[in-house]
Design a protein around this ligand. Structure first.
Ligand code: KIV
Ligand code: ZN
Length: 528
């Protein structure tokens, strides 16, 4: 089952010497962010945007982890046009076979197999002797090569591994046929100088190191993931593993948008290229934030709401005279458009579709009709409808496309005289249900009424409200996170009425919980 991977492994080709392979792991390591789990259709949307923006390798999931992960990897494998689709596997044969099976229909695929190599991981996590780990390196890579020529091997916790042992493992992986060698800073412990030295040491000492692509995979526990990854590139690594918005375990991974824009903006100091269309960075960031309900930090580099805002008088004055006074890259280069006033309530379908295209959305017919209706409703209520408003309602539409539970109506009695009460009407699998409940405030009453229709014991670890734009008629954007038996799901919605947005966000999270429950115990939630 040989695959052509020549476009990836090109360290010896002069023209390609400085080309850095962008390996996106938003759908695998990113999904490991607590609370960031995504549905299949959300994963497909993200994969599509990654493929379209020029990501070289999409790590689509960890097929043996669950049936959901397997399905996601195999569906992404089917739809991906350009990128190599990758599946993660531990060193055991079942993991590798499951990855091979999930990826079988991809145009091009990679199996990524890993095992821990640091003393602390080998002793306490694996309870294996170093010699056993070495054998596992050889057997896992050999087995993966039975499925594809494109095999990546990772030394988990490489930055806390003894140099001599790491060299032996890397050598074994190369001998067994690995084509990419990944050196993860699993716990975000290293510093740039040290990581530079580590990659350089491996490239110097390991036989045939020049035959493979070295890769970085840096976690951000000390806030140095991007700096460490770039140090790795300067030392000769030609693949960077990263995620949109820096999603990932604990403090996350190196942020794709920061890596790409650092290379793009500072090509004088960092003479390396990527295949990424940088104007797609902002839409990708927004999509990932919308589907995971992980807000992007306001002052986050590249994609934060303030990344191109100039507040102080001195800065504004400078910008008016020449934008290079305070701007090292243009907002347009990362896909940020001037926030513009959208057409009013008299705007037609055609103009609305053009606006969506402009904002980077392409909706199917049904989703478009629903989004257009919601735009009309919003334009009726809100004097000025901005791009951000349109984005919020379309994100809502995308998130709720195939939901089994839908909000039909909500009436709330709130104010200084309690008890606050809510009457909720919902459609559950097409049948209407109505309940009234009281609560400690209108939000609590609303959520209690929803719980009366769809009983569940999920905890509510996050309820967050923010304004989409300025003004008292701004839409409220609500994010909700629910947790049940260790499973986390999120929902997000926007509306000019905070309580309607709250109810929709809660129901959105409930729908995702339902999907998760259906996979383990079919029919369980709605039957109770
Ligand atoms: O952080 C890590 O070590 C990983 C590996 C599985 C590559 O995510
Ligand atoms: Zn990781």
């Amino acid at each position: 089952m040989a695959r052509d991977t020549s476009h990836i492994n090109k360290t010896n080709d002069n023209d390609a010497d400085n080309r850095v392979v962008i390996f996106d792991t938003t759908l695998r390591d990113g999904e490991q962010s607590p609370g960031a789990s995504m549905t299949l259709s959300e994963k497909l949307q993200i994969a599509e945007i990654l493929d379209g923006m020029g990501v070289d390798v999409i790590e689509a999931g960890f097929p043996i982890a669950s049936n959901g992960d397997f399905e996601a990897v195999s569906e992404i494998a089917k739809i991906t046009e350009n990128a190599v689709v990758c599946g993660l596997a531990r060193s055991g044969p079942m993991d590798i076979d499951r990855a091979g099976e999930a990826l079988a229909e991809a145009k091009r695929f990679r199996i990524h197999t890993f095992i821990s190599t640091s003393p602390v991981h080998m002793k306490f996590k694996l309870q294996m002797e170093p010699e056993e780990v070495l054998e596992a390196v050889t057997s896992s890579v050999t087995r993966a090569r039975g499925f594809t020529e494109d095999v990546e091997w990772s030394a988990e916790d490489a930055t806390r591994t003894e140099n001599d042992f790491l060299c032996r493992c890397v050598e074994a992986a190369i001998k067994a046929g690995a084509t990419t060698i990944n050196i993860p800073d699993t716990v975000g412990y290293t510093v740039p100088e040290e990581y530079y030295a580590l990659i350089s040491m491996l490239r110097e000492r390991v036989p045939d190191a020049d035959e493979v692509v070295f890769s970085t995979h840096c976690h951000n526990d000390l806030g140095m993931a991007v700096a460490n990854s770039l140090a790795g590139v300067r030392a000769g690594a030609r693949q960077v593993e990263c995620t949109i918005n820096g999603m990932g375990e604990r403090a996350g991974n190196a942020a794709l948008e920061e890596i790409v824009m650092a290379l793009d903006t500072r090509s004088d100091a960092l003479p390396f290229t990527t295949g990424i269309d940088t104007t797609r960075l902002m839409p990708a960031s927004k999509l990932v934030s919308a589907v995971t309900a992980f807000p992007v930090q306001y002052n986050k580099a590249i994609v934060g709401a303030n990344a191109f805002a100039h507040e102080s008088g001195i800065h504004q004055d400078g910008m008016l005279k020449h934008n290079q006074t305070y701007e090292i890259m243009t907002p347009e280069s990362v896909g940020l458009k001037e926030s513009s006033l959208v057409m009013g309530k008299h705007s037609g379908r055609h103009a609305f579709r053009e606006k969506l295209k402009d904002l980077g959305y392409e909706l199917g017919d049904n989703a478009f009709q629903d989004a257009f209706q919601r735009f009309k409703d919003l334009a009726d209520k809100k004097k000025h409808v901005f791009d951000e408003d349109i984005e919020a309602l379309v994100d809502d539409e995308i998130a709720s496309g195939s939901d089994r539970i839908k909000l039909v109506a909500l009436t709330v009695i709130a104010g200084t005289e309690g008890p606050q009460k809510a009457t909720v009407t919902m459609e559950v699998d097409g049948a209407a249900h109505c309940k009234e409940a009281s609560g400690d405030g209108p939000v609590d009453a609303t959520f209690n009424a929803i719980r009366a229709i769809v009983p569940h014991d999920a905890r509510l670890p996050l309820y967050q409200v923010s304004a989409v734009t300025e003004g008292t008629d701004a839409q409220a954007e609500v994010m909700v996170r629910l947790e049940e038996n260790g499973k986390m799901v999120t929902g997000k919605s926007a509306d000019t009425d905070t309580l309607v947005a709250s109810a929709r966000a809660y129901i959105g999270a409930l729908n995702k919980l339902l999907v998760k429950r259906e996979k383990t115990a079919p029919g369980s939630m709605l039957a109770s």
